[in-house]
Design a protein around this ligand. Structure first.
Ligand SMILES: Cc1cc2nc3c(=O)[nH]c(=O)nc-3n(C[C@H](O)[C@H](O)[C@H](O)COP(=O)(O)OP(=O)(O)OC[C@H]3O[C@@H](n4cnc5c(N)ncnc54)[C@H](O)[C@@H]3O)c2cc1C
Length: 454
């Protein structure tokens, strides 16, 4: 391999209290929380919009509630509130969500279906950020970090305005891929333990017919009714049991990693049919990821052909949206002061430094949090080992795959984001390191900002 010595450059420097890298699921919450707490905050996002995987990957936001429906006699509790809930309330006001529609089948998996209009979510997220006073730098790539001992001094970015440095007191990595932690020299690994996916939105389809198709084969596994296209009590979620569906459909669906679950806020629309593809190497490998992108585009076309061929009412199915690039369930895994274990999750453990409660597991009913309870995310789980002013939030924490199947879900990442943003702002105001921050003051601030605690 030949190498080239890149000449040094003088970069313009901007000063902030808090810099959030990645304006996705966790990042939007982190930046909003930090700015609302008075921190001069910049959000750096490579795409032209914010929202990340909430608007690219999933069929519903899991979950604002405990799994009360699976445990008779257990009280229904909304266990994630604060800023993550505020965005759903904003969407409700403009018909952009199913709200928290109760599941009528499959409630041993989740008790509610909270689906969103992904385009309205992007707008609501932009509004929340700008109202809070966040300096939103979209179309900007985080490309490096400047480190002095155990402190990140600044981050380097690239955009059409050139290469720049953003200096701040505290930094939060919400890039999913842990790009900031990686550039800073934090300890990380790349487990590559999930398939990647590029989920599609499909128009020209009927959720009623899809529901009937599942029912007619005794295969209806998940179902929910709620508001859709301005009407109440419509079907908003359908998921099927592939063991019971016609073999020719299942064979072709399996070959393209197609999942049968979908939800919708609108008539004639399936939100996010997931096409999974397991890469043999980590998705951080550019050339392997390029091949996966091409394969996923082929799978998307085949998925629509399959819907047209097999599902009544879907003869005119067409793709209405795709994600700009493949979506990952885990990019890099970073080393934090505390690593949440599967026991912590399933036993419903809470900690002296809880920053939120959470009650959903993506492997339910096989793995459920005992008794419809919740567990806590401890503050320590958001602190990057070896750094005094670097936080993480989102899918990059939690090493155990089965525990990660809980902590990586959207609503949990959002809650972590609010906690990290609040802590970063307090650290900046008090000019202290992340481990010097008094938990009492963090807890008081989170409670004041609507976070639910058990
Ligand atoms: C296919 C798929 C389906 C899923 N389905 C569901 C579901 O149904 N329900 C559910 O609750 N969860 C689901 N999940 C899980 C959940 O969506 C994610 O784990 C969660 O949203 C991750 O949030 P995050 O903030 O860590 O990352 P993201 O939301 O991905 O945010 C990361 C952001 O950082 C930006 N970024 C990355 N690198 C850089 C850089 N160098 N510079 C600038 N910006 C950068 C990205 O563009 C992105 O906006 C699914 C995940 C996938 C992949």
């Amino acid at each position: 391999m030949e190498y080239y010595d890149e000449p040094a450059k003088k970069l313009p420097v901007s000063e902030y209290d808090v810099v959030v890298a990645g304006g996705g699921t966790a990042g939007v919450m982190a930046a909003t929380a930090a700015a609302r707490r008075g921190a001069h905050t910049a959000l750096i996002e490579i795409k032209g919009y914010v929202g990340g995987l909430v608007v690219e990957g999933g069929t519903a936001l899991h979950s604002y509630y405990n799994l009360w429906k699976a445990f008779p006699g257990v009280e229904k509790r909304q266990v994630v509130k604060g800023i993550p809930l505020e965005i759903i309330d904003r969407l409700s006001a403009v018909g952009g969500t199913t709200g928290h529609s109760e599941m009528t089948a499959g409630f041993d998996y989740d008790s509610v279906c909270t689906a969103i209009d992904t385009e309205l979510y992007k707008v609501a997220a932009f509004e929340m950020l700008t109202e809070a006073g966040v300096d939103v730098k979209v179309n900007t790539l985080l490309a490096g970090a400047v480190v002095d001992g155990s402190r990140v001094e600044g981050v380097i970015t690239e955009s059409r305005s050139g290469r720049e440095m953003f200096r701040a007191h505290s930094f939060i990595d919400c890039t999913g891929y842990a790009d900031l932690c990686g550039f800073a020299g934090a300890k990380y690994s790349e487990p590559n333990d999930y398939p990647v996916a590029n989920s599609i939105g499909v128009g020209g389809v009927s959720l009623e017919e899809y529901h009937r198709f599942m029912e007619s084969h005794g295969a209806l596994k998940e179902s929910a009714r709620g508001p859709r296209s301005g009407e109440r009590d419509k079907i908003v979620r359908v998921g099927g049991n592939t063991d019971k569906l016609p073999v020719d459909f299942v064979k072709e669906a399996n070959a393209i990693g197609m999942m049968t679950v979908t939800s919708s806020v609108h008539d004639d629309y399936f939100m996010f049919i997931k096409l999974n593809y397991k890469m043999s190497v980590s998705p951080t490998n550019r050339d392997a990821a390029a091949k996966a992108e091409i394969e996923l585009r082929h799978r998307q076309q085949k998925a629509v052909e399959l819907l047209r061929k097999h599902i009544p009412g879907c003869g005119k199915a067409f793709i209405t949206r795709t994600s700009p690039s493949l979506c990952i369930r885990r990019g890099r895994l970073v080393s934090c002061d505390y690593d949440i274990s599967l026991d912590d999750v399933l036993e419903g453990r809470h900690f002296d430094d809880d920053v939120m409660a959470y009650g959903f597991h993506d492997f339910a009913p096989r793995l459920q949090i005992k008794g419809g309870r919740t567990y806590g995310i401890p503050y320590r789980a958001l602190l990057i080992t070896g750094f005094d002013n670097l936080f993480a939030a989102g899918m990059m924490i939690t090493s155990d795959h089965d525990a990660h199947m809980s902590t990586r879900n959207t609503v949990c990442c959002m809650g972590q984001g609010q906690a990290a943003g609040t802590a970063a702002a307090l650290c900046s105001a008090q000019r202290c390191g992340s481990r010097e921050l008094s938990y009492t003051s963090l807890r008081a601030a989170l409670e004041e900002d609507g976070v639910y605690f058990e």
